[in-house]
Ligand binder design. Sequence first.
Ligand code: SAH
Length: 360
Amino acid sequence: MGLNRQDMGEFFEKLGEKPFRVSQVTKWIHQLNVSDFDQMTNLSKKLREQLKEKACIKSLDIIEDQISTDGTRKWALGLEDNNRIEVVYIPEDDRGTLCISSQVGCALDCSFCSTARQGFSRNLTVAEILSQIWLATRLLDEEKKPGRKITNVVLMGMGEPLLNFDNVMKAIDVMLDDFAYGLSKRRVTVSTAGVVPAMDKLAERHDVQLAISLHATRDELRDDLVPINKKYNLEKLIPACQRFMEKRSPRSRLTIEYVMLAGVNDTKQDAEDLIKVLDGISVLINLIPFNPFPGSGYKTSSNNAVHRFQDVLMKAGLITVIRKTRGEDIDAACGQLVGKVEDKSRRENKFKVPRIGMNT
Ligand code: SAH
């Protein structure tokens, strides 16, 4: 499950097989959703036996499977070490987006995100990242409802994808591979809290969509909300955004995510500051109404505040959309993915807030 074209090529070379086996097997696994080598009928019996000896195609355990009144579907998936991750499918009129996780928990400690409360355990393997798409494809097919397809993948679930760089890049290789998921590079989005050196590396490695979780335009506030800002502050992050976009086609846009927190970052002045900070960068702004969770200490900005904020940005010519909150009734919205993590960073000890009411 976790081999990109190059890795699988090396695997088959060692077996003395020709390179075309890569496309054949990739297609069986990722397009035809086959997990049994015996079903791979265009492989010789001998090769199938060899594969059974040397490899296995294993997915993740489904621990929970919930569907929201708005059609959003969320799975909690179990990993071999008893950790859990969450995956969300979000259907829209013209597309179906799968929001996948890249790490077990998250180390970044963003103050408004419930995943942060779980602490960090480990990076997901390439296979675990791709299994989420593999499994969701199979389970959506089983619904036998028209239009329930995965057209977009966003790495906006649990974890910071750019801190699991190599595995995420390999997983993207397979997402874009025509013999696997064949997604267009414009339909795969990596979301980062601003790991600056990895943004530069990403620009060289993959031409996928990038989203920056900005949320604040002053270091003092951003240090609080997105603590990785203490390492890569705005003076480093904004030029990194510029460098990233210089390597992209002039028509492409950087997505800026901005969570709307009442009384924290949602005034007219905040919107004006955002315009200044983003000056000269081609952006699409996503305003995300804060999704509350017990003990967060934050409140969602009022509808009025969100629309006023959007108006200011739009008047300045910045394309700004208000992200619709989806799957709230099943705790599937942004920042509500918690899974169950064995915290290696012992972050939980730092919080005195009880975790009652969260979907653990
Ligand atoms: N670590 C990556 C991806 C995971 S978070 C990143 O930071 O971008 C995906 C998005 O959800 C981020 O923009 C994040 O800031 C936002 N988010 C986290 N918690 C949220 C909450 N409670 N309400 C709304 N958005 C939230």
